[in-house]
Design a protein around this ligand. Structure first.
Ligand code: BG6
Length: 471
């Protein structure tokens, strides 16, 4: 056994988002996910939509008490733009929505949980997509900065940790390259502009925050992962370097160093798809970098040389022309979800931030294990015995701890998610929660992992079996 001890003020927490937990009660606008579900319910697992989600809108007082019972000292959720703002063009506040978010924030604080707030978690108001092309439009970028400013003014007296976007790369990939999120386009040039506009929106929101001179911190949540090459062959290494630029460095460099990676800019220029920009915007991005980084990590990325020559003829630009995904043979898997399990990546990320990004303060903002039909693991007392999740958390914390013991400036670990919640097209398929939710009755009950986490958070330490660590 090996004992791992974490710092006294470590953030033991969990993350969710407004659209995935609240339910659509009293919302005046649809977000893109609501719109997509209304249009094509068959795209969603068991055709279940976000209407009720985990009913946080009505249950938040009780839900937050349950989160407290899991030992959480910090929780991230998001404020829905499509709920808070009643006139999207005029940026006016819906008073009932503001009262709801005020009550939520107060309930967190009353339960000694610091609320962390995300401003955009895949939930652009649908109207802005229809009228202006969504994130392809710089007008929408400015509207977002206005919404962010409203949030800071309304809630910044109590919220001290803000995040502009959750996983902006997923918006780009899902919506503009791989069709797993609405608007389900395949358009490399649009994808590049959306990536840039999302960065600009983040930087503009940060600029608003700085102008208000509030006493908190602001950052971004990125899904970072090293792009491990399939082999040390020249072609696989080149593929991994290009994938790394796109998957990791694009938002990481722009958000933390204020500059897009020059090698990526050159490549996009050569391809004739570089984003439309100007000096003022680049200066604004340069000046408004983050205070704090959240890293979402679920599974590693592995890549190999591309299938075709990048010089093939009449091929539209898509970033993955420079690599292809690679499945490690005999990989250790979460078979149910189809994702590789590779906790060592957390250490690699910790070292990368330490060595290449000035040891920026950061935390794991999402990590977790999605499993379907968890009723399979109910014990006689009706508790989900999710030992696999406890092991998953322990192994990731082991590698995080190792990075921290070598000096990486990591402040916390948040699990996805406190209460089983709705998720985009996967709806309720994958359960990630510390707290099980029967979605038919909205009955919520702590899983075994929640009890483990409470003990760990209270003592700030746990023991891990040496046998499960293979360095
Ligand atoms: C994360 C997202 O990437 O993955 C969450 O930030 C999402 O919003 C989570 O719910 C899990 O997704 P899924 O589709 O596996 O349930």
């Amino acid at each position: 056994m090996k004992k791992l001890v974490f710092p006294e003020h470590f953030w033991w927490g969990a993350a969710t988002s407004g659209p995935q937990s609240e339910g659509n009660f009293k919302k005046k606008h649809q977000n893109v996910m609501d719109y997509w579900y209304a249009k094509a319910p068959e795209d969603f697992y068991n055709q279940l939509g976000p209407d009720t989600a985990s009913d946080f809108y009505h249950d938040f007082q009780e839900d937050i008490k349950l989160m407290k019972a899991c030992g959480l000292n910090t929780v991230r959720t998001s404020i829905q733009w499509s709920r808070l703002i009643d006139n999207l063009e005029k940026n006016t506040v819906d008073t009932e929505a503001a009262a709801f978010y005020n009550a939520v924030i107060d309930a967190f604080i009353a339960n000694e949980i610091q609320p962390f707030i995300t401003l955009h978690h895949f939930d652009l108001p649908a109207e802005l997509l229809h009228k202006y092309g969504g994130w392809e439009s710089k007008y929408v970028v400015d509207l977002f900065a206005g919404f962010a400013e409203q949030c800071f003014e309304l809630f910044g007296d109590r919220v001290k940790h803000w995040f502009t976007h959750n996983e902006p790369l997923v918006v780009v990939e899902g919506g503009y390259l791989e069709q797993f999120h609405y608007p389900k386009k395949v358009d490399g040039k649009a994808a590049v502009q959306v990536a840039y506009n999302l960065q600009l929106a983040s930087s503009k929101a940060i600029a608003k925050y700085r102008q208000l001179k509030q006493d908190g911190q602001i950052g971004i949540i990125l899904n970072l992962t090293p792009a491990y090459p399939a082999s040390q062959d020249k072609e696989d290494l080149a593929a991994s370097q290009k994938a790394d630029l796109w998957y990791n460095r694009l938002f990481m460099d722009a958000s933390s160093k204020g500059e897009f990676p020059p090698a990526l800019v050159r490549l996009l220029e050569e391809e004739g798809v570089l984003w439309q920009t100007d000096e003022n915007e680049l200066a604004l991005i340069g000046e408004n970098t983050i205070d704090l980084l959240g890293v979402n990590f679920y599974h590693p990325n592995r890549v190999q040389r591309p299938r075709y020559s990048p010089n093939s003829l009449a091929v539209d630009f898509l970033p993955d022309k420079y690599w292809q995904r690679y499945d490690l043979p005999m990989a250790r898997m979460n078979i149910d979800k189809g994702w590789e399990i590779y906790p060592q990546a957390v250490y690699d990320i910790a070292k990368d931030i330490q060595e290449n990004y000035g040891n920026l303060p950061w935390y794991i903002s999402e990590n977790g294990m999605g499993v379907s039909r968890e009723e399979r693991y109910l014990n006689a007392e009706g508790i989900v015995e999710d030992d696999y999740r406890i092991q998953f958390i322990k192994e990731h914390l082991y590698w995080l701890h190792k990075g921290m013991s070598e000096g990486s400036n990591c402040l916390g670990y948040h699990l996805w998610t406190p209460i089983d919640c709705w998720s985009w097209s996967n709806a309720y398929r994958n359960r990630y929660g510390l707290i099980a939710n029967d979605i038919h009755t909205q009955t919520k009950k702590l899983k075994k992992s929640a009890h483990w986490l409470r003990k760990t958070a209270e003592s700030g330490q746990f023991e891990i079996e040496s046998a499960i660590i293979k360095e």
